[in-house]
Design a protein around this ligand. Structure first.
Ligand code: GLY
Length: 399
């Protein structure tokens, strides 16, 4: 009964998504957007000439989510224009391989919603090649001594070759896919070794997770943790909690390893205990009490994690997780969403990092995770991050 009510609400929101994305996609069909300017117009991160720069060029880590939104809408509406826009962004992203230096652990975010999804939905052989190429780059970042996937490339003074970050729990979905597709177990083995390291060194006894863990890249010994995009060392960056919750739920779905389900549940319980009654999510669950910075993007990712997790646990726990996801999504859709023609993006009040000077802006992947969660709630079997046989969004609607 409750599930039907949730589905009806999500369908109502999806009508708004379809209306908005019809004009947003046409207006921005030749771009790969990240955020909007003060007039509400999307920017364009597809500058091939700056592909080497991981901060604003073609290799910018969120560049796969625009294509991901297009594929979700293509699956839903069957409209060819969504396929065309998704594929054109994928062809642009392929040029990142030439530049190489701009690419890092985030190739999963870039190529799973684009090339993997194109291949799964259309059988496009060229997309399979692109996706496997990306998976090889990700696997190549594995440090066997510490059994972790290295995060960013070195750009400053500090040697970061021993850094691993929680975000990578999501990127490793690409490796599960690559093993399932190629029949070569190495990709899955690397993903699982990394996930095991994250269970051991990132998740604290109370279920919170840290953002960055530093290892000695030679011996593999853990040296300490860093606050990263959160408030500080020992804090709990909310988007990072989302990457852990959703990432472990997907790792469980992709491998069946029970410890990953337990890890996802531990993080889920911690999140549930810390999400404010309003459903509005701060940048960090441990930010100072008088701080008002929010991250709507982290909110949508946490909601997606609850919805994936709900599929794998007993009914009563699943209902609890689903209810929590709905509380968050309603807070976003009712109070932090712009459904008008005044802004290209839907989700407002996102923050990339606590210590940035800029907060409360739009980010394309917040829209992606909101739309994905709405499809899930409406009953679509979303399989974007799963290695199974079915398409990125399963054809079947759950009853
Ligand atoms: N790189 C992932 C994030 O900022 O959330």
């Amino acid at each position: 009964m409750e599930q039907k009510r949730h589905a009806a609400w999500a369908e109502e929101m999806l009508e708004k998504v379809r209306d908005k994305m019809a004009w947003v996609s046409e207006k921005n069909r030749d771009r790969i957007p990240y955020t909007t300017d003060e007039k509400g117009n999307y920017d364009d991160r597809s500058d091939e000439g700056r592909a080497w720069n991981p901060d604003d060029g073609l290799c910018w880590w969120t560049n796969g989510f625009w294509g991901g939104i297009m594929w979700l809408l293509y699956q839903d509406t069957g409209e060819q224009r969504y396929l065309e826009i998704a594929r054109s962004s994928e062809k642009k992203l392929e040029k990142c391989f030439d530049s190489f230096y701009g690419l890092h652990h985030d190739v999963g975010f870039m190529f799973q919603p684009t090339a993997v999804t194109d291949y799964r939905l259309t059988g496009n052989a060229d997309s399979r090649r692109i996706a496997l190429h990306a998976a090889n780059l990700l696997a190549g970042r594995f440090n066997p001594a510490g059994r972790f996937i290295r995060a960013w490339n070195r750009t400053g003074e500090r040697d970061n070759s021993g850094w691993a970050i929680i975000d990578c729990m999501f990127n490793i979905s690409l490796l599960y896919w690559a093993s399932a597709e190629s029949g070569d177990p190495r990709f899955r083995q690397i993903a699982m070794l990394h996930a095991d390291t994250v269970m051991e060194h990132f998740i604290r006894p109370d279920g919170s997770v840290c953002h960055i863990v530093e290892f000695d890249p030679e011996s593999g010994k853990m040296l300490g943790s860093l606050g990263g995009q959160g408030y500080g060392e020992g804090s709990s960056w909310t988007r990072g909690q989302g990457w852990a919750l959703y990432g472990f739920a997907c790792s469980y779905a992709n491998t069946g390893k029970a410890a990953y389900l337990e890890a996802a549940e531990r993080v889920a319980r911690y999140c549930m205990a810390n999400i404010p009654e309003s459903g509005i999510i701060p940048v960090d669950f441990r930010q100072p009490g008088d701080a008002a910075w929010e991250d709507s993007c982290g909110a949508c990712i946490i909601a997606g994690g609850f919805l994936e997790l709900a599929k794998h646990v007993r009914k009563s726990a699943g209902e609890e997780y689903r209810d929590c996801a709905v509380r968050i999504l309603k807070a976003i859709a009712d109070t932090r969403a712009d459904w008008s023609e005044g802004c290209d993006a839907i989700v407002q009040n996102c923050s990339a990092s606590w210590h940035d000077s800029r907060h409360h802006f739009t980010m394309v992947y917040a829209d992606y995770f909101l739309i994905e969660a709405l499809y899930r709630l409406a009953g679509t079997d979303v399989r974007m991050w799963l290695a199974g046989e079915a398409g990125a969004v399963g054809a079947a609607r759950e009853e």
